[in-house]
Design a protein around this ligand. Sequence first.
Ligand code: GLU
Length: 439
Amino acid sequence: MVAVRFAPSPTGRLHVGNARIALVNWLFARKHGGHFLLRLDDTDKERSTAEFAAAIEEDLRWLGLDWDAFARESDRFPRYDEAIAALKACGRLYPAWETAEELELRRKLQIAQRRPPVYDRAALKLSEADKDRLTAERGAPHWRFRLDGRRLAWSDLVKGETVVDTASLSDPVLIRGDGQPLYTLTSVVDDIDFAISHVIRGEDHVTNTGVQIELFEALGGLVPVFGHLSLLVDGTGAGLSKRLGSLSLASLRAEGVEALAVDALLARLGSADPVAPVAALTALIEGFDLGRFGKAPARFDPSELRALSAHVLQLLDFEAIRDRLPAGAGEAFWLAVRGNISTLTDAADWWRVVTGPVERAVIDDPKGVMAAARGLLPEGPLDQDSWSRWTAAISASTGAKGKSLFLPLRLALTGRAHGPEMKALLPLLQHDEIDSRLA
Ligand code: GLU
C-alpha cells in the first residue's frame, strides 16, 4: 500500500516550493491508488499558529488537493515520549549541556584548525557527578542522538543511488532543553506510526534522511522509500527564498493566477515532461511519473505561470467556471471572452462592458458608419451571424471597409479598441443598448 504525507510546519504561508512537494505527493498517491496524509509539524509552539494551520488547509483546497487523513504533531506528544524512552533505554540518546555560544566557539576553532565542524561528543564523556553538577548549574539538558557513523545508501526515486555518511555529521539534538522533541525525531515516529511507504520531499532534506534512516532502524520501524526533489530556482539560478513572500499561494491567488495553472506547472517543472495547461487536476495524474524528474534545480518563472493561467481559462467550459463569474453572466458570455483574458478579473471587466455603461471613446468616423449602423441593425434576436450581416449592410451603404468600418463600431459598442470577437459580443447586447451606444 502506497502511503505518503505532506508535512508542512504552520509557521508561515505555503509558497510554490511547498505546493510542489504537496502536489507531487498527492499525484504519487493518486497514481498508485495510495493514501495521502496531511500532517502539521507543529511541535514548535512559539512559531506555529492556528491561523497558519487553517491557511495551509485553505491553500491546499484551493489547489484542489484533498487528503485521506489528517494529523497534528502537537496531538502526539505521548507517542514521542514513548519513542524517547525507547531510545534512552537502548543508549542512543545522551544528555548535553553546551550552550549555543559554546558550540559556536568550538565550531569556529575546528574550522580554524581545518577540522570538520562536527560535534565532538564531549557530553558522552561526562561522569554521573559531572551531570549532576551541570544539572544544578545549567538546568535540564538537551538530548543528542548518538549516530552509528555509517555509510547509508539508498536508491532515491529522483536522485538515484544516494549516500550519506553519518560519520561526518554531528549527533543531532532530538530534544531541546525545555523538553520539546524536534522534527528529526517526531517525523520518524509519525512516518512509522502512519505506515508511510514513500517520503517525497525537497533535496534540502537529504542529510536528514541519513540521520533518519538510523532513527527508523533504532526505533524498529520499516525504512520508507525516499525521493528528494531538486529545489526551485529563479531565472538567474538563485534559490527562491528571498521572493517567497510574493510566491505564496495566497498572493498568487490574489493576483488572479488560476490554481490549475499552479498545478499544471508544478506537476511537470523539473521533469522531462512538457508543461501543458489542463482543465482538471485529475488530468495530471495519468502522465505523472516521479522517475521523470531530474536532479538539476528546476527553474520557476512567474511569467510562465501567468501565461499558463490564461491558457487554463481558455480550456475551461462554462460549467467549470460559472460559480466564479459575475451574476447574470451566461455561457455565451464566457465563450465570447475566455480566449481574450489573462485572469478572471478581466472577465468581470468584460461583463461590465456588456452590462454598460461603456466608456465614451473618441471616434473617427468620416464615412458615417455610426449613423448607418443605427438604421441597419437586424430586427429580432441577434446571433453569431448577425455581426457579419450587419457590417456587410453598413459597408454596402457607406463604402466603409476594414478598419474604418470595424473600429468605429467596436469603439462605440465596447469603449475599447481591442477585445473579444464582435460577432460573439454583439448577441450579448440588447437592441436599445446597442442603439444608445451608437448614438
Ligand atoms: N516539516 C518539515 C518541513 O516542512 C517536513 C519535512 C519532511 O517532509 O520530512 O520541512
